[in-house]
Design a protein around this ligand. Structure first.
Ligand code: ZN
Length: 307
């Protein structure tokens, strides 16, 4: 489905729900024409009637890049930080943090993510490494001109280390990717994710005060109808509240597994082994943050306690 944000900017929404393996894309008409992200599924892209000259990828997660092959003539750009992960399967695998699986889950990983869900027929590849030939590397503040629109890349790490948002300066439309205003809160469960950086990135976007905020997984938010700054603050507050609850729970020494089993640690409705793993990766981030602030420490017996 296409939502016309203005005469030359279209939000492309997947035919199914905008959740994994799908995500929203933004198409900017012009010369060159630019598409942001490629995870809306083949059926959604049938509505794009003009050729895509440049494809910008917000980050190297499957639900944003699985449809790159639909645009064989586009020059593909991705962040400099994550560029190696588009060329090398081993580097890509290191982004997932599965080396921590045994320790965090207490048992080996038996099933690959690709084995846990069948892909819809308009997603051309299976979860895992998707090799992409890059034609350009995105650094913070890099910009593109399409004639009607000036597009500025903003390096907004936290969700992943190379995560980028794109500000359509001429229209004051912000595409914030997986700073997605999910009701379950921010996701920072990868090996190079960082809640510290996530917080900073959200504050940076808030200061832009966009007229329209489009994210990868929700409807567009419009100034006048939605309080975009407040939505961003409430979103990051979900992570901060979790951290507060973790610290409260540690009035007595606690083992990692004990903390991990508390309901406030996982904000996801689905309880798969993967959502559990990501919740635990995120818990580890909060424990390390609290440790850096001198509030807690891990003792030799494996218990975390306040100091
Ligand atoms: Zn992502």
């Amino acid at each position: 489905m296409i939502i016309e944000l203005n005469k030359h900017v279209q939000l492309i929404r997947p035919e199914g729900k905008s959740v994994f393996p799908y995500s929203n894309s933004v198409f900017i008409k012009g010369d060159p024409s630019i598409l942001i992200d490629a995870g809306s599924g083949g059926r959604a892209y049938r509505d794009v009637k003009e050729p895509v000259d440049i494809l910008l990828l917000s980050h190297n997660h499957f639900d944003h890049i699985n449809g790159v092959s639909f645009f064989p003539d586009a020059q593909v750009w991705a962040s400099r930080e994550e560029a190696p992960g588009y060329e090398d399967a081993t580097v890509y695998a290191s982004y997932n943090g599965y080396q921590y699986w045994d320790k965090l889950m207490g048992q080996p990983r038996h099933r690959r993510l690709a084995q846990t869900a069948a892909m819809p027929d308009d997603v051309p590849v299976s979860p895992g490494f998707v090799p992409v030939q890059l034609g350009g590397l995105i650094d913070d503040s890099h910009s593109w001109d399409t004639g009607h629109e000036h597009i500025i890349a903003l390096h907004t790490p936290g969700h992943s280390h190379g995560h980028c948002s794109f500000w359509l300066e001429s229209s004051n439309i912000l595409f914030s990717g997986d700073i997605d205003l999910s009701p379950y809160g921010p996701w920072y469960g990868g090996n190079y994710s960082s809640f510290d950086q996530f917080e900073k990135s959200v504050r940076r976007l808030e200061l832009l005060d966009p007229a329209v905020l489009t994210t990868s997984h929700r409807r567009p938010f419009m100034r006048g109808e939605d309080n975009i700054a407040q939505l961003l603050r409430e979103y990051i507050d979900i992570g901060l509240r979790k951290e507060h609850n973790i610290l409260e729970y540690m009035k007595v020494p606690r083992a990692f597994k004990d903390i991990a089993d508390q309901p406030f640690v996982s904000t996801y409705p689905a309880r798969t082994e993967y959502t559990q793993f990501w919740s635990r990766m995120m818990l580890l981030q909060h424990l390390q943050r609290l440790e850096r602030r001198g509030l807690i420490t891990e003792f030799d017996d494996g218990q975390w306690r306040r100091i």
